[in-house]
Design a protein around this ligand. Structure first.
Ligand code: AMP
Ligand code: ZN
Length: 667
């Protein structure tokens, strides 16, 4: 086979696997095999730039940067939908349609209303040509580069598709991916995103498509647009689109009466929380395309379709008080303490108030009856005040001006919504939070020491920074509450053991703002010691892979501080690892992020511990036993037959030591 053929067949094969995985949710090869093939294609394309194709699966990782999104007129207008909130509204809609149509027999397609950002994608000759946002309905922004990174969006179609058409759908962010993104933000001390919908629509406007590629976005399609399409009904369009390779949700249903429409609505009102993404209603569409045409459009929306909005689960309850929490980074979060109330299956006692602007905007006052809603957010939120119940004596909420914990005057940076307590060194929750972060499993992993004990140590004056941990004496700690002889010994042993923790994790443990696990690995690998890192300039720092100005500035600030320098000197004197052990400094990457790998047998090039370390250094997790959660088994000589059976039963790929080495060098 010549090179071009090889490239083309790899592209086709990889497109098919993307389809199986992201559209059908039914992968037929392992991630490992996929990665190997992708790398093979990547290497061939690199050697043969003459065969570059912007639609190659290798281009899905993004890279194109768009400074200004071009505004382009929609060939077919993108309309809104009229909303309805009751059966009566829906029956009125049906009557209006029947009046125009002259009482014909109607069929309806019922679909869920996906809550994300709408998109219109044009295909020509089976290839993705262009993707536009809705904009004002007449013209939208060209976000093609970003859309191409979403793997559920086919780049090449299959089957007998029309030569040219548009398809419309919704870009969404499933709950699981949203929570994961937020978890990562919380870990580096940043404010989490408010909800999946805004995060999805914000993602479409990111300038760097490589950033978009990293977000777990999905694309659900719901309608074909074009002239001379090979379909007579809307539902047929959905089925055809599915055949051409689009992700069309299977919940959509063709029904024959309004009663069945109501059944569909009732069913999904109860079961929508079982969906992996947010839905805020049902869309009902008259199925026959000729009838659709006859009905036409109002100024804003089609007469042949209507949205039914689910009632957001909402209750009202009393706001008893507002408390203010201080996080590890000093950020202040106002929290509403509510009269406990039942909502969407749980008892709600607290709700987030976000920030001072939010309180002011809604004019929320203590003693108010407030409306609480549970939408896509994990934490319920207050959406308004029942002003009819407000007592005349209520007072405007004054946001705190000083830290509730240390009384320092709060600051608020230009353009930021959050207030901060700037008292980095003496504000108790910041100090305790930093020590708590220092001891966590991914950082210094100090066994025998928990978050509460840290607070206890601090409150008893035994630790005011993490260096103090290394000077704790047994007789000081046994006297603490609930601290037996044995637990005091375990604690000290745990602290002693943490001196073995490698430099990259120590760097993460220091709690430098924006330096999360991955960034710490990169910096450790690049600079090799805290001395080198300390001496790095801003210009130098930003040349390191993945280090931007924000991170670089934060690093510089950290090392400019005399207190920090003193603490680092102390850590060094206790024997904490502040430079990379050269023997250990193998490959470090995020290539195994999210992968769980079980190690079994005896190896030639690695000791078992080194192999485990290599897995972790590259972002993976070492699993203790084979289960359906295992991604790969790295097998050495003498792998036990029981394990072998288990792995093959569960279809888990077994790879050799050499395969593994190839895998982590896949960068
Ligand atoms: P609205 O924004 O309230 O006018 O509602 C119209 C929007 O609902 C459309 O622009 C789509 O983005 C979105 N939508 C979500 N699910 C569907 C669906 N199944 N059919 C049509 N539109 C939908
Ligand atoms: Zn404070």
């Amino acid at each position: 086979m010549d090179v071009l053929n090889k490239i083309q067949s790899l592209r086709e094969e990889l497109n098919l696997h993307n389809y199986n995985y992201y559209v059908l949710d039914n992968p037929t090869i392992s991630d490992y095999e996929f990665d190997i093939k992708l790398k093979e294609l990547h290497d061939l394309e690199a050697k043969h730039p003459e065969y570059f194709d912007e639609n190659s699966p290798t281009q899905r990782v993004g890279g194109a940067v768009t400074k200004n999104f071009e505004t382009i007129k929609h060939e077919y207008r993108m309309y809104s939908l009229d909303n309805s909130y009751s059966k009566e509204d829906l029956l009125d809609w049906e009557n209006r349609a029947q009046k125009i149509l002259g009482n014909v027999v109607l069929q309806y397609t019922c679909e869920l209303k996906y809550d994300g950002a709408s998109i219109s994608i044009t295909y020509e000759n089976g290839k993705l040509k262009r993707a536009l946002t809705r904009g004002d309905g007449f013209q939208g922004d060209d976000v093609t580069n970003n859309i191409k990174t979403i793997k559920a969006v086919p780049i090449k179609l299959k089957g007998d598709f029309p030569q040219k058409f548009e398809i419309r759908g919704e870009i969404i962010l499933p709950f699981a991916g949203f929570e994961k993104m937020n978890q990562e933000l919380i870990e580096i001390g940043e404010t989490p995103y408010a909800n999946p919908r805004n995060t999805a629509s914000g993602s479409l406007k990111l300038q760097d498509s490589a950033e978009v590629a990293k977000r777990p976005l999905d694309c659900l399609l719901y309608s074909l647009v074009g002239s001379n399409l090979p379909i007579l009904s809307h539902y047929e369009g959905l089925e055809k689109a599915r055949q051409w390779g689009f992700k069309v949700p299977t919940q959509s249903k063709l029904v024959n009466s309004m009663d069945e429409v109501f059944e569909f609505i009732e069913y999904w009102d109860k079961h929508r929380h079982e969906m992996p993404y947010e839905t805020d209603g049902v869309v009902i569409k008259i199925n026959d395309l000729h009838l659709q045409e006859e009905l036409g459009y109002t100024a804003k929306s089609p007469r042949w379709a209507i949205a039914y909005k689910f009632k957001a689960e909402q209750v009202s309850t009393r706001l008893n008080s507002i408390s203010y929490q201080v996080g590890r980074t000093g950020a202040i979060t106002p929290v509403a303490n509510l009269e406990p109330v039942q909502l969407a299956g749980t008892v709600v006692k607290r709700a987030s108030l976000h920030n001072a602007d939010q309180i002011e905007k809604l004019d929320i006052r203590i003693g108010d009856e407030v409306f609480v809603e549970k939408g896509g957010e994990i934490i319920p939120k207050i959406i308004g005040v029942d002003f009819s119940q407000r007592t005349p004596s209520s007072e405007i909420t004054k946001y705190i001006t000083n830290c509730p914990e240390c009384d320092t005057e709060l600051i608020r940076k230009e353009g930021e919504a959050q207030h901060y307590c700037p008292n980095y060194y003496d504000c108790p929750p910041q100090i305790i939070g930093r020590i708590q972060h220092f001891i966590t499993r991914k950082a210094m992993d100090i066994e025998g020491l928990g978050g509460e004990t840290v607070a206890l140590l601090y409150n008893n004056g035994l630790a005011t920074n993490y260096a103090d941990l290394y000077e704790l004496k047994k007789d000081e700690i046994v006297v603490l509450e609930r601290m037996a002889d044995k637990s005091a010994e375990n604690l000290l042993a745990g602290i002693e053991k943490s001196k073995q923790i490698p430099f990259d994790r120590v760097l993460y443990a220091l709690g430098i703002r924006y330096v999360g696990e991955t960034v710490a690995k990169k910096l450790a690998k690049h600079y090799k010691s805290i001395e080198n890192l300390k001496n790095a300039s801003l210009e130098e720092l930003i040349t390191v892979d993945e280090i931007g100005v924000k991170i670089a500035q934060s690093v510089i600030e950290f090392f400019e501080n005399q207190n920090n320098l003193a603490i680092i000197d102390r850590l060094k004197s206790y024997g904490v690892q502040l430079e990379l052990d050269e023997q250990e400094s193998t490959v470090v990457s995020a290539i195994l992020n999210g992968k769980t790998i079980v190690v079994s047998g005896v190896f030639e090039k690695f000791s078992r511990d080194d192999l485990k370390k290599a897995i972790e250094d590259n972002g993976g997790k070492v699993g203790s036993s084979i289960s359906s959660k295992t991604d790969y088994v790295v097998a050495g000589a003498n792998m036990g037959p029981a394990k072998l059976d288990k792995a093959s039963q569960l279809n888990i790929p077994i790879i050799s030591e050499d395969d593994f080495i190839k895998m982590i060098q896949n960068d």
